[in-house]
Design a binder for this molecule. Structure first.
Ligand code: RFL
Ligand code: PHB
Length: 386
């Protein structure tokens, strides 16, 4: 079994297959150090945390992850708590950095003799043979090939496996949002116990965290903006303005240790499979981060794929592999809808007064109607299990 990409999708797939006695080779174009320090997602859904714990890679997650039972929606300078656990049958989310999940998975794979090759970039996948698939890759300046029964394309949005599909096999549907997120990591205790999603007329702002000492914050910015235009002082000032409340809530600032701008994209490829290649995670779909769904979907894809591959390797039964794409796409479209709902509700667009009034109405409804807040909570806390 060949797996391209050592992000959460590729590493967890390799780990889950190993638990079923199926060995794989993971090819990763970057170094181990690079993938272990790439700052990205932070929120794990309830079922995703349970899966990581049940599969034996949850020890540090249990010890260091922050379990949250609610989030705050802030608008019109007012704070509104959505009590996620009360609304979603006691389930919760865990705040734990994606790169920590990646570190835990790499450690688990290497401890059990797993083959994870770093600095090994896949250059193409040949699926012309009916009985195998061949991955071409480059390592230490040499071109190599890996003959596989099956290939999992877990190489993210900019990977190469999706592009290996014969013309006309896959259909891409996408939407680009007219804004981006500027994200920072700061060495300062979070000014909030729970995540804050804030709509302000100057733009969206978000307060998240990585630990009791490290805060993660985001600002909506223009899609073409350069991070060089955002010195630390300007970022803290803008955050403080957008987070202002009528009850005097205060934002603590501190040294910024990481800074980056991320474009906002929605993307799905259908189907997520051709011949012996199965796409999982960001290689098959991208959601804007407002719903915190990207990493959770990647985990849900490989949970489905590991079960389907296990059935096939054990008995030759193809039924679950055949329904892999449909099974995942149902969940992916639910996540797309929820992410679009959260994104459009929380991000103002210049000149769109009608849209702004609709968004405020949605926010008021989401925070005052039991039915609407329960729907939000169910999608936020455990969409991958829906
Ligand atoms: P990844 O993590 O991109 O991993 C793909 C791996 O493939 C490697 N690769 C190759 N390897 C070999 N050969 C090639 N030719 C290769 N080309 C690429 C890459 O180096 C990489 O190591 O994809 P994966 O595993 O599908 O995981 C997806 C998640 O990373 C992504 O969905 C999330 O980070 C999205 N996301 C969030 N998701 C959540 O669930 N909750 C969140 O709170 C959340 N917040 C976020 C986010 C993403 C963000 N950014 C930066 C896009 C916040 C942000 C700001
Ligand atoms: C994060 O902590 O990085 C984070 C949390 C929630 C989101 C997006 C990002 O919706």
């Amino acid at each position: 079994m060949g797996i391209v990409g050592a992000g959460p999708a590729g590493l967890l797939l390799s780990h889950l297959l190993h638990l079923e006695g199926i060995e794989s080779v993971v090819l990763e174009s970057r170094s181990r150090d690079y993938v272990e320090h790439r700052v990205r997602a932070g929120v794990l859904e309830h079922g995703v945390t349970e899966l990581l714990v049940a599969s034996g890679v949850g020890e540090r997650l249990r010890a260091e992850g922050l379990v949250h039972h609610g989030i705050e929606l802030r608008f019109d300078r007012e704070r509104h708590r959505v009590p996620l656990s009360d609304l979603a049958d006691g389930r919760s989310i865990t705040v734990y950095g994606q790169q920590e999940v990646v570190k835990d998975l790499i450690a688990a794979r290497l401890a059990t003799g797993g083959a994870v090759l770093f600095d090994a970039a896949c250059t193409g996948v040949d699926t012309s043979s009916p009985s195998t698939a061949t991955i071409a890759y480059r390592v230490d300046g040499r071109d190599e090939v890996l003959e596989c029964d099956m290939v999992a394309g877990c190489d993210g949005f900019h990977g190469v496996t999706r592009a290996a599909a014969p013309a006309g096999t896959l259909r891409a549907l996408d939407h680009t949002h007219p804004f981006a997120w500027l994200g920072i990591l700061a060495s300062v205790a979070p000014s909030t116990d729970e995540l804050v999603y804030c709509r302000h007329e100057r733009g969206f702002a978000m307060h998240s965290m990585r630990s009791h000492e490290v805060s993660r914050l985001y600002l909506q910015v223009g899609p073409e903006e350069d991070v060089a235009e955002w010195p630390d002082d300007r970022i803290w000032e803008e955050l403080a303005t957008r987070f202002t409340t009528s009850d005097g809530w205060a934002l603590e600032s501190g040294p910024v240790t990481e800074k980056g701008i991320t474009a906002m994209k929605s993307f799905v490829v259908e189907p997520m499979q051709w011949r012996r290649v199965f796409l999982a995670g960001d290689s098959a779909h991208i959601v804007p981060p407002t719903g915190a769904k990207g990493m959770n979907l990647a985990v849900a894809d490989v949970r489905t794929l590991a079960a389907a591959l296990t059935a096939w390797f054990r008995t030759g039964d193809e039924a679950r592999l055949s329904s892999y794409s449909d099974d995942c796409l149902r969940r992916v479209w639910r996540a797309q809808e929820f992410s679009t709902y959260m994104t459009t509700m929380l991000h103002p667009l210049a000149g769109d007064d009608f849209g702004a009034a609709l968004a405020l109405s949605r926010l008021r409804y989401a925070t005052s109607s039991l039915a609407a807040s329960r729907s939000l909570a169910e999608n936020y806390v455990d969409l991958a299990g829906l």
